[in-house]
Design a protein around this ligand. Sequence first.
Ligand SMILES: [Cu+2]
Length: 560
Amino acid sequence: MFQSLVLAGLFSALSLAKTVTYDFNIGWVSAAPDGVSRPVIGINGQWPIPTIEADEGDTIVVKATNNLGNQTTSLHFHGMYQVGTAPYDGPVGVTQCPIAPGGSFTYTFQANPAGTHWYHSHDAGQYADGLRGKMVIHDQAWESSLKVDKQIYLSMGDWYHEQIPYLLRDDYMNVNNRDGHIPIPNSFLFNESTKALDFDFEPNKRYLLRIVSLSALTCGFFHIDGQTLSVVAVDGIPVKATDTDSINICAGQTYDVVVTGHNDTQQAPEYIVKMSTDMLTGPPPPLDRMTIIGRSRGGSFNFKRDSYPSSRSLDHNWSPNAVLDDFDLVPLDGLKLLTNPTNKVHFVANQTYFPGIGTRIAIGDEPFVTPKVPALFTALTTGEAAFQASTYGPGAVPQFLKKGEVVQIYMENPQPYPHPMHLHGHTFQVAGRGSGSWDGKDSSLHAVPMRRDNVVIPPHGYLVLRFVADNPGVWYFHCHIDFHLVGGMAALFIEAPDALQSEMVVPQSAKDICAATNSPSSGNCNGQAGAISAADASTECNNVYNDKSENFGAMYVQSS
Ligand SMILES: [Cu+2]
């Protein structure tokens, strides 16, 4: 009886799963989200780009065609585990070759896990030029439990007037940038605009706000005057509802917040979205460029929009009274701290000026440099050599994981700036976080840690992260500040290459896009069969000392 019920449940879940298909033509369009017109990367002639939406367990198929003409591209589905589908994770040089102008690549993966996520280019800093959109995967049971009347999808993020390839070539990656200065954004956008939208909150109705940060650099505060924000999920992981006055969302993070419409029919309380300045390496933009103040209308809608009185409670000088500390959140499933990690990885943020090259930033022994052969394809095609670091080269900063083991990342940040650290293919427990360094004891870690896929390491502080290596693949771990990612603040987890080799091959369509850019799709970091010595890898494979690219964003140079 029990067994047949389980089977019946499984059958109905499977029979409900559907395939959701998107046909995306990626190309340049003109837009002026802050009043200044510039070329931006749109989809099917539109910007902002469409939202990807599906139910948990659905199959999502995205055909990405590159109509940019002058740049390569790729798409990453931020937050998706990609179990068994690592070749469709998206980062160029890690799980795929770039899609050349005129080419296309079809991503097929399961909508897993549910939650508020996003998708974006993962090719040389390109998403900050506009190829960044929302992705919502529905879990109907969880959403019903929230008893909300409506869901509202929102984004925030910083914005530049100059295109990323020029900001990288002439500024951040330039040999003259001796201190790692990052270009200061020109504006901060809410739903890809500086024009404030109005919320139409009806009295006592409950709203689920799904908020994504699409930022390249800065975090942003969100606050509604006179309203409590009830945080119910972060990065798609449901948490015990936690009330707060304000939240601070950093590059790549998502927050799900429930608000209840107020009863006051006479006034429209204001909300504010404001760029946080703690990651800026120079003076912030003018206050009115980094702040969006809008109205959360409530009560009677008989007022005409312009005559509807605002409480005028907020101004550009606003700063938060209290901000949620995400370290205090508790996952709804109550999963306890993973103990006895058998693999302990130690990273230290390290910014260095390389004479004749420029300022680069690393977490491992060397700054990450995009490999010639996507590291996943190296893991799939080098047999026994797939277990040796030299096979991937020092620029790939490879870390090897055994299937099923508990992994601990202990990361230290001696720098005066915070970094949002993101892991592909997994969520991790944020077991420890603080200033200075960790005492190394489990007793000083969180007993029931929050899980997410993107967490901020504080300045002059540390993180202790734990996860189970239950997803064979090659997974990027990197700072989500787009400039730091291009500048090398990354490492690769080579997870269970033995299992990978028995379960997966390089898809023909992936080989085809490599061929279109004259890139190898198999072999070691130098594109040759089998092993390579450490000495040869350090000279022949891509690394910070021999990186011949001009780091010119995703700009495409047609080879003759
Ligand atoms: Cu960073």
